[in-house]
Write a protein that binds this ligand. Structure first.
Ligand code: G4P
Length: 527
Protein backbone atom coordinates (compact mmCIF):
# COMPACT_ATOMS: atom_id res chain seq x y z
CA UNK A 1 0.00 0.00 0.00
CA UNK A 2 2.74 2.42 1.00
CA UNK A 3 4.59 1.47 -2.16
CA UNK A 4 1.61 2.18 -4.43
CA UNK A 5 0.97 5.48 -2.66
CA UNK A 6 4.58 6.52 -3.17
CA UNK A 7 4.32 5.81 -6.90
CA UNK A 8 1.08 7.77 -7.20
CA UNK A 9 2.77 10.75 -5.53
CA UNK A 10 5.61 10.98 -8.07
CA UNK A 11 5.67 13.49 -10.92
CA UNK A 12 8.89 13.21 -12.89
CA UNK A 13 9.17 15.65 -15.75
CA UNK A 14 11.45 17.86 -17.81
CA UNK A 15 11.12 21.44 -18.98
CA UNK A 16 12.11 21.97 -22.58
CA UNK A 17 12.51 25.17 -24.55
CA UNK A 18 14.66 27.09 -26.93
CA UNK A 19 17.40 28.92 -24.97
CA UNK A 20 16.19 32.14 -23.36
CA UNK A 21 12.49 31.30 -23.42
CA UNK A 22 12.54 31.15 -19.62
CA UNK A 23 13.20 27.54 -18.62
CA UNK A 24 15.56 28.44 -15.77
CA UNK A 25 13.26 31.16 -14.49
CA UNK A 26 10.26 28.86 -14.52
CA UNK A 27 12.20 26.09 -12.77
CA UNK A 28 13.18 28.52 -10.09
CA UNK A 29 9.62 29.74 -9.57
CA UNK A 30 8.37 26.16 -9.29
CA UNK A 31 10.98 25.55 -6.61
CA UNK A 32 9.87 28.69 -4.79
CA UNK A 33 6.30 27.43 -4.73
CA UNK A 34 7.50 24.10 -3.48
CA UNK A 35 9.34 25.88 -0.67
CA UNK A 36 12.51 24.18 -1.89
CA UNK A 37 14.34 27.48 -2.18
CA UNK A 38 13.70 30.69 -0.31
CA UNK A 39 14.64 33.34 -2.80
CA UNK A 40 14.89 33.96 -6.50
CA UNK A 41 18.34 33.67 -8.01
CA UNK A 42 19.18 30.48 -6.15
CA UNK A 43 19.05 28.31 -9.25
CA UNK A 44 21.89 29.07 -11.57
CA UNK A 45 21.34 28.80 -15.23
CA UNK A 46 23.30 25.87 -16.60
CA UNK A 47 23.40 27.24 -20.07
CA UNK A 48 26.74 27.70 -21.65
CA UNK A 49 26.76 31.29 -22.74
CA UNK A 50 27.60 32.02 -26.33
CA UNK A 51 30.71 33.92 -25.35
CA UNK A 52 32.08 30.89 -23.53
CA UNK A 53 32.75 28.81 -26.62
CA UNK A 54 36.48 28.90 -26.16
CA UNK A 55 36.65 29.50 -22.45
CA UNK A 56 37.44 26.11 -20.95
CA UNK A 57 37.19 27.21 -17.37
CA UNK A 58 33.76 28.53 -18.10
CA UNK A 59 32.77 25.18 -19.59
CA UNK A 60 34.02 23.47 -16.46
CA UNK A 61 32.26 25.88 -14.19
CA UNK A 62 29.05 25.48 -16.11
CA UNK A 63 29.36 21.71 -16.04
CA UNK A 64 29.71 21.86 -12.29
CA UNK A 65 26.55 23.90 -12.04
CA UNK A 66 24.63 21.63 -14.30
CA UNK A 67 25.45 18.68 -12.04
CA UNK A 68 23.93 20.50 -9.11
CA UNK A 69 20.79 21.13 -11.10
CA UNK A 70 20.57 17.80 -12.92
CA UNK A 71 17.64 16.70 -10.81
CA UNK A 72 15.62 19.07 -8.67
CA UNK A 73 13.24 17.36 -6.33
CA UNK A 74 10.70 18.95 -4.01
CA UNK A 75 7.40 18.25 -2.34
CA UNK A 76 4.31 20.22 -3.16
CA UNK A 77 0.78 19.51 -1.93
CA UNK A 78 1.68 15.96 -1.01
CA UNK A 79 3.29 15.22 -4.36
CA UNK A 80 6.94 14.45 -4.89
CA UNK A 81 8.11 16.41 -7.88
CA UNK A 82 11.29 15.54 -9.77
CA UNK A 83 12.39 18.05 -12.38
CA UNK A 84 15.03 16.67 -14.72
CA UNK A 85 17.18 19.39 -16.15
CA UNK A 86 17.72 19.50 -19.89
CA UNK A 87 20.55 21.56 -21.35
CA UNK A 88 19.26 24.29 -23.62
CA UNK A 89 22.44 24.67 -25.68
CA UNK A 90 22.00 22.97 -29.03
CA UNK A 91 25.46 21.39 -28.93
CA UNK A 92 24.20 19.35 -25.99
CA UNK A 93 20.91 18.38 -27.62
CA UNK A 94 21.73 14.71 -27.42
CA UNK A 95 21.96 14.99 -23.64
CA UNK A 96 18.47 16.41 -23.67
CA UNK A 97 17.14 13.65 -25.91
CA UNK A 98 18.50 11.07 -23.49
CA UNK A 99 16.98 12.83 -20.51
CA UNK A 100 13.64 12.69 -22.31
CA UNK A 101 13.76 8.90 -22.04
CA UNK A 102 13.59 9.31 -18.25
CA UNK A 103 10.69 11.77 -17.94
CA UNK A 104 7.04 10.88 -17.56
CA UNK A 105 5.86 14.19 -18.98
CA UNK A 106 7.20 17.57 -20.10
CA UNK A 107 6.42 21.26 -19.92
CA UNK A 108 7.27 23.19 -23.09
CA UNK A 109 8.13 26.86 -22.54
CA UNK A 110 7.56 29.29 -25.40
CA UNK A 111 8.45 32.98 -25.53
CA UNK A 112 5.32 34.98 -26.40
CA UNK A 113 7.28 37.35 -28.65
CA UNK A 114 9.49 34.82 -30.40
CA UNK A 115 6.91 32.08 -30.78
CA UNK A 116 8.00 28.58 -31.74
CA UNK A 117 11.78 28.41 -32.20
CA UNK A 118 14.07 25.84 -33.77
CA UNK A 119 15.24 23.99 -30.66
CA UNK A 120 11.67 23.69 -29.39
CA UNK A 121 10.62 22.15 -32.69
CA UNK A 122 13.30 19.48 -32.48
CA UNK A 123 12.63 18.58 -28.87
CA UNK A 124 8.87 18.52 -29.23
CA UNK A 125 9.22 16.27 -32.28
CA UNK A 126 10.99 13.71 -30.08
CA UNK A 127 8.31 13.97 -27.37
CA UNK A 128 5.59 13.60 -29.97
CA UNK A 129 7.20 10.49 -31.39
CA UNK A 130 7.33 9.01 -27.90
CA UNK A 131 3.82 10.18 -27.06
CA UNK A 132 5.05 11.98 -23.94
CA UNK A 133 2.28 14.07 -22.33
CA UNK A 134 3.07 17.76 -22.81
CA UNK A 135 1.80 20.99 -21.24
CA UNK A 136 2.68 24.23 -23.04
CA UNK A 137 3.53 27.35 -21.03
CA UNK A 138 3.56 30.59 -22.99
CA UNK A 139 5.89 32.89 -21.13
CA UNK A 140 6.75 36.61 -20.89
CA UNK A 141 3.18 37.87 -21.15
CA UNK A 142 4.38 41.08 -19.50
CA UNK A 143 6.12 41.88 -22.79
CA UNK A 144 4.69 42.82 -26.13
CA UNK A 145 4.24 39.67 -28.14
CA UNK A 146 2.14 37.78 -30.60
CA UNK A 147 -1.63 37.58 -30.43
CA UNK A 148 -2.68 34.58 -28.32
CA UNK A 149 -4.73 32.96 -31.09
CA UNK A 150 -1.96 33.43 -33.67
CA UNK A 151 0.44 31.84 -31.25
CA UNK A 152 -1.83 28.87 -30.60
CA UNK A 153 -2.07 28.41 -34.38
CA UNK A 154 1.68 28.54 -34.67
CA UNK A 155 2.10 25.96 -31.91
CA UNK A 156 -0.33 23.64 -33.67
CA UNK A 157 1.23 24.05 -37.07
CA UNK A 158 4.94 24.18 -36.32
CA UNK A 159 4.93 21.69 -33.47
CA UNK A 160 2.24 19.43 -34.85
CA UNK A 161 0.31 19.59 -31.58
CA UNK A 162 -3.36 19.67 -30.86
CA UNK A 163 -3.84 22.31 -28.18
CA UNK A 164 -6.50 23.48 -25.80
CA UNK A 165 -5.93 26.58 -23.66
CA UNK A 166 -6.59 26.08 -19.96
CA UNK A 167 -5.93 29.73 -19.21
CA UNK A 168 -6.27 32.82 -21.34
CA UNK A 169 -4.54 36.20 -21.13
CA UNK A 170 -6.42 39.44 -20.60
CA UNK A 171 -4.44 41.87 -22.75
CA UNK A 172 -0.74 41.57 -23.44
CA UNK A 173 2.48 43.51 -22.81
CA UNK A 174 1.71 47.03 -21.67
CA UNK A 175 -2.01 46.22 -21.48
CA UNK A 176 -1.56 42.89 -19.73
CA UNK A 177 -4.18 42.78 -16.99
CA UNK A 178 -4.09 39.17 -15.91
CA UNK A 179 -5.26 35.71 -16.73
CA UNK A 180 -8.56 33.93 -16.80
CA UNK A 181 -8.04 30.41 -15.58
CA UNK A 182 -10.38 28.25 -17.65
CA UNK A 183 -9.47 25.14 -15.68
CA UNK A 184 -10.25 26.62 -12.25
CA UNK A 185 -12.68 29.29 -13.45
CA UNK A 186 -11.10 32.27 -11.78
CA UNK A 187 -9.28 35.47 -12.59
CA UNK A 188 -5.79 36.32 -11.50
CA UNK A 189 -4.94 40.00 -11.79
CA UNK A 190 -1.44 41.00 -12.76
CA UNK A 191 0.20 43.59 -10.56
CA UNK A 192 3.69 43.40 -12.04
CA UNK A 193 5.30 42.62 -8.72
CA UNK A 194 7.53 39.65 -8.22
CA UNK A 195 5.59 38.30 -5.25
CA UNK A 196 3.54 35.16 -5.15
CA UNK A 197 0.09 36.31 -6.06
CA UNK A 198 -2.14 33.54 -4.88
CA UNK A 199 -4.36 35.89 -2.93
CA UNK A 200 -5.16 37.94 -6.05
CA UNK A 201 -7.31 35.12 -7.49
CA UNK A 202 -10.99 35.96 -7.87
CA UNK A 203 -13.41 33.10 -8.43
CA UNK A 204 -15.47 33.64 -11.57
CA UNK A 205 -17.69 30.75 -12.55
CA UNK A 206 -19.89 32.71 -14.87
CA UNK A 207 -18.04 34.96 -17.24
CA UNK A 208 -21.26 36.82 -18.18
CA UNK A 209 -21.51 38.15 -14.63
CA UNK A 210 -21.50 41.98 -14.88
CA UNK A 211 -18.99 42.15 -12.02
CA UNK A 212 -16.35 41.35 -14.62
CA UNK A 213 -16.59 44.97 -15.89
CA UNK A 214 -15.87 46.26 -12.41
CA UNK A 215 -12.73 44.20 -12.15
CA UNK A 216 -11.07 44.56 -15.53
CA UNK A 217 -13.02 47.41 -17.20
CA UNK A 218 -15.63 47.30 -19.91
CA UNK A 219 -13.54 46.87 -23.00
CA UNK A 220 -11.32 44.15 -21.49
CA UNK A 221 -14.41 42.36 -20.17
CA UNK A 222 -16.01 42.35 -23.60
CA UNK A 223 -12.84 41.24 -25.24
CA UNK A 224 -12.30 38.42 -22.76
CA UNK A 225 -15.86 37.16 -23.26
CA UNK A 226 -15.34 37.17 -27.03
CA UNK A 227 -12.05 35.38 -26.73
CA UNK A 228 -13.40 32.73 -24.39
CA UNK A 229 -16.32 32.13 -26.72
CA UNK A 230 -13.87 31.64 -29.55
CA UNK A 231 -11.77 29.30 -27.41
CA UNK A 232 -14.83 27.23 -26.66
CA UNK A 233 -15.85 27.12 -30.30
CA UNK A 234 -12.44 26.33 -31.77
CA UNK A 235 -10.57 24.14 -29.30
CA UNK A 236 -11.57 20.75 -27.95
CA UNK A 237 -12.59 20.45 -24.35
CA UNK A 238 -9.77 19.34 -22.08
CA UNK A 239 -9.69 15.59 -21.77
CA UNK A 240 -7.14 14.07 -19.41
CA UNK A 241 -6.87 10.75 -21.18
CA UNK A 242 -6.15 12.50 -24.50
CA UNK A 243 -3.44 14.53 -22.73
CA UNK A 244 -1.96 11.41 -21.16
CA UNK A 245 -1.79 9.60 -24.47
CA UNK A 246 -0.01 12.55 -26.07
CA UNK A 247 -2.93 13.54 -28.29
CA UNK A 248 -3.94 16.81 -26.63
CA UNK A 249 -1.74 19.51 -25.14
CA UNK A 250 -3.16 21.98 -22.61
CA UNK A 251 -1.75 25.51 -22.78
CA UNK A 252 -1.13 27.99 -19.96
CA UNK A 253 -0.11 31.63 -20.22
CA UNK A 254 1.97 33.59 -17.74
CA UNK A 255 5.14 35.37 -16.85
CA UNK A 256 7.68 33.27 -15.01
CA UNK A 257 9.81 36.26 -14.13
CA UNK A 258 6.84 37.92 -12.44
CA UNK A 259 5.77 34.68 -10.85
CA UNK A 260 2.55 34.99 -12.69
CA UNK A 261 0.49 32.06 -13.90
CA UNK A 262 3.02 29.68 -12.38
CA UNK A 263 0.87 28.57 -9.45
CA UNK A 264 -1.98 27.78 -11.87
CA UNK A 265 0.38 25.77 -14.01
CA UNK A 266 1.78 23.84 -11.06
CA UNK A 267 -1.60 23.11 -9.46
CA UNK A 268 -3.00 21.79 -12.70
CA UNK A 269 0.21 19.92 -13.47
CA UNK A 270 0.19 17.90 -10.22
CA UNK A 271 -3.42 17.00 -10.81
CA UNK A 272 -3.27 15.92 -14.44
CA UNK A 273 0.35 14.88 -15.08
CA UNK A 274 1.12 11.18 -15.00
CA UNK A 275 2.78 9.30 -12.17
CA UNK A 276 5.40 6.76 -13.33
CA UNK A 277 3.92 4.35 -15.80
CA UNK A 278 4.89 0.99 -17.26
CA UNK A 279 7.96 0.96 -19.50
CA UNK A 280 8.76 -1.31 -22.41
CA UNK A 281 11.89 -3.41 -22.09
CA UNK A 282 13.12 -5.52 -25.00
CA UNK A 283 11.77 -8.58 -23.21
CA UNK A 284 8.42 -7.31 -21.90
CA UNK A 285 6.39 -4.44 -20.52
CA UNK A 286 7.46 -3.66 -16.96
CA UNK A 287 4.89 -2.12 -14.63
CA UNK A 288 5.97 0.49 -12.11
CA UNK A 289 4.16 -1.33 -9.30
CA UNK A 290 6.04 -4.59 -9.76
CA UNK A 291 7.84 -5.60 -6.61
CA UNK A 292 11.21 -6.28 -8.23
CA UNK A 293 13.48 -3.36 -8.86
CA UNK A 294 14.52 -2.26 -12.35
CA UNK A 295 15.95 0.96 -13.70
CA UNK A 296 18.23 2.33 -16.40
CA UNK A 297 21.10 4.79 -16.75
CA UNK A 298 20.14 7.87 -18.76
CA UNK A 299 22.98 10.17 -17.88
CA UNK A 300 26.52 9.99 -16.59
CA UNK A 301 28.23 12.96 -15.09
CA UNK A 302 31.94 12.95 -14.55
CA UNK A 303 34.21 14.84 -12.31
CA UNK A 304 31.74 16.03 -9.72
CA UNK A 305 34.61 16.79 -7.46
CA UNK A 306 37.68 18.03 -9.30
CA UNK A 307 39.91 16.38 -6.64
CA UNK A 308 38.63 12.89 -7.44
CA UNK A 309 38.01 11.44 -10.79
CA UNK A 310 34.65 9.93 -10.07
CA UNK A 311 31.49 9.76 -12.03
CA UNK A 312 27.87 9.74 -11.09
CA UNK A 313 25.50 7.52 -13.05
CA UNK A 314 21.90 8.74 -12.97
CA UNK A 315 19.38 5.91 -12.80
CA UNK A 316 15.68 6.31 -13.39
CA UNK A 317 13.76 3.81 -11.31
CA UNK A 318 11.13 2.06 -13.39
CA UNK A 319 9.79 -0.57 -10.99
CA UNK A 320 10.20 -1.75 -7.40
CA UNK A 321 12.28 0.00 -4.79
CA UNK A 322 15.96 0.72 -4.96
CA UNK A 323 17.60 0.05 -1.64
CA UNK A 324 20.98 0.96 -0.30
CA UNK A 325 23.54 -1.84 0.17
CA UNK A 326 21.45 -4.33 -1.77
CA UNK A 327 23.05 -6.28 -4.62
CA UNK A 328 21.55 -5.57 -8.05
CA UNK A 329 22.26 -7.14 -11.39
CA UNK A 330 24.15 -5.04 -13.91
CA UNK A 331 22.64 -6.76 -16.92
CA UNK A 332 25.25 -5.86 -19.57
CA UNK A 333 28.14 -6.97 -17.37
CA UNK A 334 26.15 -9.86 -15.88
CA UNK A 335 27.53 -8.88 -12.50
CA UNK A 336 25.96 -8.08 -9.14
CA UNK A 337 26.84 -4.70 -7.71
CA UNK A 338 25.78 -2.99 -4.51
CA UNK A 339 25.85 0.65 -3.65
CA UNK A 340 26.62 2.00 -0.22
CA UNK A 341 25.88 5.63 -0.94
CA UNK A 342 23.16 6.18 -3.52
CA UNK A 343 22.35 9.85 -3.83
CA UNK A 344 18.96 11.44 -4.03
CA UNK A 345 18.69 14.99 -5.24
CA UNK A 346 16.94 17.90 -3.66
CA UNK A 347 16.70 21.47 -4.78
CA UNK A 348 20.23 22.50 -4.05
CA UNK A 349 21.88 19.50 -2.51
CA UNK A 350 22.21 15.77 -2.73
CA UNK A 351 21.92 13.30 0.14
CA UNK A 352 22.35 9.59 0.69
CA UNK A 353 19.04 7.73 0.69
CA UNK A 354 18.04 4.28 1.87
CA UNK A 355 15.01 3.71 -0.34
CA UNK A 356 13.87 5.24 -3.62
CA UNK A 357 10.69 4.62 -5.58
CA UNK A 358 9.65 4.43 -9.24
CA UNK A 359 9.92 7.85 -10.82
CA UNK A 360 12.85 8.80 -8.61
CA UNK A 361 16.35 9.35 -9.85
CA UNK A 362 19.28 8.00 -7.90
CA UNK A 363 22.88 8.96 -8.51
CA UNK A 364 25.34 6.09 -8.15
CA UNK A 365 29.07 6.60 -7.75
CA UNK A 366 30.75 4.85 -10.59
CA UNK A 367 34.29 3.90 -11.34
CA UNK A 368 33.68 2.96 -14.95
CA UNK A 369 31.06 0.22 -14.73
CA UNK A 370 28.26 2.13 -16.36
CA UNK A 371 27.47 3.46 -19.73
CA UNK A 372 24.39 5.21 -20.94
CA UNK A 373 21.51 2.83 -21.53
CA UNK A 374 22.65 0.19 -19.01
CA UNK A 375 19.92 -1.60 -17.08
CA UNK A 376 20.06 -2.58 -13.39
CA UNK A 377 17.56 -5.06 -11.94
CA UNK A 378 16.86 -7.26 -8.95
CA UNK A 379 17.91 -10.23 -11.07
CA UNK A 380 15.85 -10.41 -14.25
CA UNK A 381 17.71 -9.87 -17.53
CA UNK A 382 15.85 -6.87 -18.82
CA UNK A 383 17.07 -4.35 -21.39
CA UNK A 384 15.35 -0.99 -21.56
CA UNK A 385 15.20 0.39 -25.04
CA UNK A 386 14.97 3.80 -26.46
CA UNK A 387 18.16 5.66 -25.78
CA UNK A 388 18.84 6.80 -29.30
CA UNK A 389 22.05 7.93 -30.93
CA UNK A 390 21.51 10.40 -33.71
CA UNK A 391 23.83 10.94 -36.60
CA UNK A 392 26.45 13.49 -35.54
CA UNK A 393 26.77 16.71 -37.49
CA UNK A 394 30.53 17.10 -37.19
CA UNK A 395 33.29 14.56 -37.75
CA UNK A 396 37.00 14.74 -37.00
CA UNK A 397 39.89 12.32 -36.80
CA UNK A 398 41.35 12.22 -33.33
CA UNK A 399 45.15 11.83 -33.13
CA UNK A 400 47.38 11.13 -30.19
CA UNK A 401 49.63 14.13 -29.53
CA UNK A 402 51.73 12.42 -26.88
CA UNK A 403 52.91 8.91 -27.83
CA UNK A 404 53.79 8.09 -24.21
CA UNK A 405 50.19 8.58 -23.17
CA UNK A 406 48.41 6.32 -25.67
CA UNK A 407 46.86 4.21 -22.93
CA UNK A 408 45.51 7.22 -21.09
CA UNK A 409 44.13 8.63 -24.32
CA UNK A 410 42.29 5.43 -25.17
CA UNK A 411 40.88 5.12 -21.68
CA UNK A 412 39.77 8.74 -21.72
CA UNK A 413 38.10 8.43 -25.11
CA UNK A 414 36.41 5.25 -23.98
CA UNK A 415 34.98 6.76 -20.83
CA UNK A 416 33.91 10.01 -22.43
CA UNK A 417 32.02 8.05 -25.07
CA UNK A 418 30.33 5.98 -22.33
CA UNK A 419 29.16 9.25 -20.86
CA UNK A 420 27.66 10.12 -24.21
CA UNK A 421 29.78 13.23 -24.78
CA UNK A 422 30.27 12.25 -28.43
CA UNK A 423 30.34 9.18 -30.67
CA UNK A 424 33.36 7.18 -31.70
CA UNK A 425 33.72 5.49 -35.07
CA UNK A 426 36.64 3.23 -35.91
CA UNK A 427 37.35 3.04 -39.63
CA UNK A 428 37.29 -0.45 -41.13
CA UNK A 429 40.06 0.35 -43.55
CA UNK A 430 42.83 1.44 -41.21
CA UNK A 431 41.51 1.44 -37.65
CA UNK A 432 41.74 5.23 -37.32
CA UNK A 433 39.41 6.85 -34.84
CA UNK A 434 36.83 9.43 -35.83
CA UNK A 435 34.86 11.44 -33.28
CA UNK A 436 31.39 12.55 -34.27
CA UNK A 437 29.60 15.30 -32.36
CA UNK A 438 26.39 17.28 -32.48
CA UNK A 439 28.14 20.62 -32.05
CA UNK A 440 31.64 22.00 -32.46
CA UNK A 441 31.80 22.85 -28.76
CA UNK A 442 32.19 19.19 -27.81
CA UNK A 443 35.63 18.97 -29.44
CA UNK A 444 36.92 21.57 -27.06
CA UNK A 445 35.27 19.88 -24.11
CA UNK A 446 36.82 16.52 -25.08
CA UNK A 447 40.28 17.96 -25.61
CA UNK A 448 40.14 19.81 -22.31
CA UNK A 449 38.84 16.86 -20.35
CA UNK A 450 41.31 14.39 -21.88
CA UNK A 451 44.11 16.61 -20.76
CA UNK A 452 42.80 17.49 -17.31
CA UNK A 453 41.20 14.24 -16.29
CA UNK A 454 43.34 11.66 -18.09
CA UNK A 455 46.62 13.45 -18.70
CA UNK A 456 46.38 12.79 -22.44
CA UNK A 457 46.81 15.15 -25.35
CA UNK A 458 45.03 15.00 -28.66
CA UNK A 459 44.81 16.85 -31.94
CA UNK A 460 42.03 16.78 -34.51
CA UNK A 461 42.03 16.55 -38.26
CA UNK A 462 39.13 17.17 -40.50
CA UNK A 463 37.19 14.11 -41.64
CA UNK A 464 34.92 14.86 -44.56
CA UNK A 465 31.70 13.15 -43.59
CA UNK A 466 28.20 14.46 -43.96
CA UNK A 467 26.19 11.89 -42.01
CA UNK A 468 26.56 8.64 -40.18
CA UNK A 469 24.06 5.94 -41.14
CA UNK A 470 23.76 2.71 -39.26
CA UNK A 471 23.79 -0.24 -41.66
CA UNK A 472 21.69 -3.30 -41.09
CA UNK A 473 24.05 -6.23 -41.82
CA UNK A 474 22.71 -8.77 -44.26
CA UNK A 475 25.67 -11.01 -45.00
CA UNK A 476 23.75 -13.38 -47.30
CA UNK A 477 22.71 -10.61 -49.62
CA UNK A 478 25.09 -10.12 -52.60
CA UNK A 479 24.05 -6.47 -52.79
CA UNK A 480 25.20 -5.94 -49.21
CA UNK A 481 28.52 -7.64 -50.01
CA UNK A 482 28.95 -5.41 -53.04
CA UNK A 483 28.11 -2.32 -50.95
CA UNK A 484 30.68 -3.36 -48.33
CA UNK A 485 33.36 -3.84 -50.97
CA UNK A 486 32.74 -0.61 -52.90
CA UNK A 487 32.20 1.60 -49.86
CA UNK A 488 34.92 0.10 -47.71
CA UNK A 489 36.66 3.45 -47.37
CA UNK A 490 33.53 4.93 -45.76
CA UNK A 491 32.66 2.12 -43.39
CA UNK A 492 33.34 2.11 -39.68
CA UNK A 493 32.21 0.42 -36.49
CA UNK A 494 30.59 2.39 -33.71
CA UNK A 495 31.44 1.76 -30.07
CA UNK A 496 29.02 -1.10 -29.74
CA UNK A 497 30.36 -2.78 -32.89
CA UNK A 498 27.50 -1.81 -35.20
CA UNK A 499 28.42 -1.13 -38.81
CA UNK A 500 28.18 2.52 -39.86
CA UNK A 501 28.36 4.15 -43.28
CA UNK A 502 29.95 7.61 -43.14
CA UNK A 503 28.55 9.29 -46.22
CA UNK A 504 30.76 12.11 -47.43
CA UNK A 505 27.96 14.22 -48.92
CA UNK A 506 24.20 14.35 -49.23
CA UNK A 507 24.63 13.50 -52.90
CA UNK A 508 26.73 10.41 -52.31
CA UNK A 509 24.26 9.26 -49.68
CA UNK A 510 21.43 9.59 -52.15
CA UNK A 511 23.40 7.78 -54.86
CA UNK A 512 24.25 4.97 -52.47
CA UNK A 513 20.62 4.55 -51.49
CA UNK A 514 19.66 4.41 -55.18
CA UNK A 515 22.40 2.01 -56.13
CA UNK A 516 21.90 -0.37 -53.21
CA UNK A 517 18.19 -0.23 -52.40
CA UNK A 518 18.36 -3.50 -50.48
CA UNK A 519 20.88 -2.16 -47.99
CA UNK A 520 19.06 -0.74 -45.00
CA UNK A 521 20.46 2.57 -43.75
CA UNK A 522 19.18 4.18 -40.56
CA UNK A 523 19.88 7.66 -39.20
CA UNK A 524 19.49 6.77 -35.54
CA UNK A 525 20.71 3.84 -33.55
CA UNK A 526 18.67 2.78 -30.56
CA UNK A 527 20.91 1.19 -28.02
P1 G4P B 1 16.40 29.72 -20.42
O1 G4P B 1 16.73 28.99 -19.16
O2 G4P B 1 15.22 29.16 -21.15
O3 G4P B 1 17.55 29.93 -21.33
O4 G4P B 1 15.91 31.20 -20.02
P2 G4P B 1 16.06 32.03 -18.67
O5 G4P B 1 15.13 31.53 -17.63
O6 G4P B 1 17.50 32.16 -18.34
O7 G4P B 1 15.47 33.41 -19.17
C1 G4P B 1 16.02 34.13 -20.24
C2 G4P B 1 15.79 35.61 -20.03
O8 G4P B 1 14.38 35.87 -20.07
C3 G4P B 1 16.28 36.11 -18.68
O9 G4P B 1 16.71 37.44 -18.86
C4 G4P B 1 15.01 36.12 -17.83
O10 G4P B 1 15.07 37.03 -16.77
C5 G4P B 1 13.99 36.54 -18.86
N1 G4P B 1 12.62 36.12 -18.51
C6 G4P B 1 12.18 34.92 -18.08
N2 G4P B 1 10.85 34.94 -17.86
C7 G4P B 1 10.43 36.17 -18.17
C8 G4P B 1 9.15 36.83 -18.12
O11 G4P B 1 8.13 36.26 -17.76
N3 G4P B 1 9.12 38.13 -18.52
C9 G4P B 1 10.23 38.80 -18.93
N4 G4P B 1 10.08 40.06 -19.29
N5 G4P B 1 11.45 38.23 -18.96
C10 G4P B 1 11.55 36.93 -18.60
P3 G4P B 1 18.23 37.81 -19.09
O12 G4P B 1 18.29 39.28 -19.11
O13 G4P B 1 18.78 37.07 -20.26
O14 G4P B 1 18.94 37.19 -17.88
P4 G4P B 1 18.99 37.71 -16.39
O15 G4P B 1 20.10 38.70 -16.43
O16 G4P B 1 17.66 38.30 -16.08
O17 G4P B 1 19.29 36.48 -15.62
Amino acid sequence: MVFEKEIAKRRTFGIISHPDAGKTTLTEKLLLFGGAIQEAGAVKSNKIKKSATSDFMEIERQRGISVATSVLAFNYKNKKINILDTPGHKDFAEDTFRTLTAVDSVIVVIDVAKGVEEQTEKLVAVCRMRKIPMIVFINKLDREGKDAFDLLDEVEQKLGLSVTPLSFPIGIGYDFKGIYNIYEKNINLFSGSNKQQVEATIAFDDISNPDLEKIIGESSANELREHLELVEGVYPEFDQSAYLSGELQPVFFGSALNNFGVRELLDCFIEIAPSPKAKMAEERLVNSNEEDFSGFVFKIHANMDPKHRDRLAFIKIVSGTFERNTPYLHVRLDKKLKFSSPNAFFAEKKAIVDVSYPGDIVGLHDTGNFKIGDTLTSGEKLHYRGIPSFSPEHFRYINNADPLKAKQLNKGIDQLMDEGVAQLFTLELNGRKVIGTVGALQYEVIQYRLEHEYGAKCTYENFPAHKACWVHPDEDNPEFQEFKRVKRKFLAKDKSGQLVFLADSAFSLQMTQQKYPAVQLRFTSEK
